[in-house]
Design a binder for this molecule. Structure first.
Ligand code: GDP
Length: 463
């Protein structure tokens, strides 16, 4: 191809969904992004020369291919290093038709760019030091996030929350490992002093182990934020389960009626409660029944109870506890249960002390009138264990990261055991070095190409 020799490893891709829409955007990144842009874009206003454009500026003009006008569009320019990738970036926005967008991309390819691979823009951001590997992983989490809580957490993560937490931990490990190495290199101290320093290192290793454990624990909270949890609403017919579920989901998924036993099957709905996504199952009433259809519903509910991470048990506060209520309480006591005394707008007739003694402090509310919804949200957050997760502190967000920390833990535990048992310090030093390697892998500093490629495979083209 002639005239394109200047485009040093420039990549281009359609960064908006390939579908009909108002506008589409084609992103070009690389040292010669503006050279490629000059070949496909003729600026008209407010400048007529792309090379005159500063970073973060835009121009209106014509998109051309082989001298032919393809579309009108807007070119936005970012100059290195102040761009997403850290390189020069040109973004061309055109009309949102699938065909026109593909034509603009093809024009960019003909002008010297090559088609970007999945996640390649973000990979360049990583290679140019704009993001850590865990920050890059958070980008895909933001794209896939399905709850406000997880979006906020993933953003903190992209901005380096886990990276900073990992760095602090690495600094601690490095400091102790270096002291040990120095001691090994200059072992001319008196015998009794060896015991003192070994005790100091054991104390330092203990603190390191606690930090590693804390990091591992954050995985569960992060998982709850990302994936949500399976929950079940149980209670006898007419307690108000469907009403509560509808209140949470804001729709009319469940049939709400006052004919007992209407909810015959499990209705599942995903709802966002505060920061958490609940995969919520409204289960059939727990009464003994001869009705075959209802029997199946009861069996399904029992199975769901076994797998649910949270059980929301609804009681009708306007009626005394029935045998059925007591049977349900017996079944779920000991599991993670949020007991709710519903119908707080009516006169209270239920023995609340009985419920409290077996299931813990219940929440009083009126599902019909939406009273107590906020307390319900905060109780669910507390029970799911994410109340104490501070996303700004960073958390383990996926299995790859968890695997690195688990391996680091094996090494830090071994280092602590060696130091506290007064064994040779060489072994402890080696274990700490090995733990460091695992954490560097977590952060991407020592991650091989295969690991990095594995991360970016999850991305879409154009990101
Ligand atoms: P389910 O069988 O447990 O799913 O119960 P439903 O949600 O179908 O509710 C049964 C009846 O109780 C319906 O007539 C609801 O309108 C009513 N109900 C639900 N919650 C409340 C409440 O907080 N106060 C009052 N007064 N009635 C309620």
């Amino acid at each position: 191809m002639d005239g394109i020799s200047g485009a040093i490893d420039c990549i281009a891709a359609i960064s908006t969904p390939v579908a009909q829409g108002g506008v589409s955007m084609i992103r070009i990144s690389g040292e010669d992004a503006l050279t490629v842009a000059e070949r496909v874009f003729v600026p008209k206003y407010p400048v007529t020369d792309i090379k005159q454009m500063g970073g973060y500026t835009a121009a209106y003009g014509e998109i051309v291919r082989g001298g032919q006008k393809l579309d009108d569009g807007i070119l936005t320019v970012y100059l290195q290093p102040h761009s997403y990738t850290g390189e020069n970036v040109a973004e061309i926005t055109c009309h949102g038709g699938i065909l026109v967008t593909r034509r603009v991309l093809n024009a960019c390819i003909e002008a010297g760019a090559r088609p970007a691979q999945a996640g390649e823009f973000t990979k360049r951001a990583l290679l140019n030091g704009k993001l850590s590997l865990t920050g890059a992983e958070a980008v895909i989490d933001i794209i896939n996030a399905e709850s406000d809580g997880f979006i906020a957490a993933a953003k903190a993560q992209r901005d380096g929350a886990l990276h900073r937490r990992t760095e602090r931990l690495c600094e601690k490990i490095k400091a102790t490992a270096e002291e040990i190495t120095a001691w090994i290199d200059y072992p001319d101290e008196a015998e009794d002093e060896t015991e003192i320093v070994t005790a100091d290192w054991a104390a330092a290793a203990k603190e390191i182990c606690a930090d590693v454990d804390g990091l591992l624990d954050s995985f569960e909270s992060g998982k709850v934020l990302r994936d949500g949890i399976t929950a079940a609403i149980v209670g006898k017919p007419n307690a108000g389960k469907s009403t509560l579920m509808n209140l949470l989901s804001g729709t009319d998924t469940s049939i709400v009626t006052d004919i007992e036993g209407t909810t015959r099957d499990i209705v599942e709905e995903t709802v966002n409660v505060g920061d958490i996504r609940l995969r919520l199952a409204d289960c059939a009433g727990l009464r003994e029944t001869g009705n075959e259809v209802e029997k199946i519903g009861v069996e399904k509910m029992m199975a769901r109870l076994e797998t649910a991470r949270l059980i929301i048990a609804v009681f009708d506060g306007s009626r005394p506890l029935s045998e059925e209520d007591k049977r349900l309480i017996g079944l779920i006591a000991g599991k993670t249960v949020l007991p709710i005394i519903n119908k707080s707008d009516l006169e209270e007739k239920l023995d609340i002390a009985y419920v409290t003694a077996r299931l813990g402090e219940p929440l009083t509310m009126s599902a019909k009138h939406g009273e107590g919804l906020q307390q319900l949200e905060s109780a669910i957050t507390e029970l799911c264990g994410i109340k104490h997760l501070d996303p700004a502190e960073g958390f383990i967000a996926n299995d790859r990261q968890r695997d690195c920390v688990l391996r680091a833990k094996n090494h830090t535990d071994a280092a602590y055991n060696a130091l506290s048992a007064g064994m040779t310090v060489d072994a402890a030093g080696a274990e700490l070095e090995a733990a460091l390697s695992c954490l560097y892998e977590l952060d991407g500093r020592e991650a091989g190409e295969e690991i990095i490629d594995g991360v970016f495979k999850r991305f879409c083209v154009g990101k």
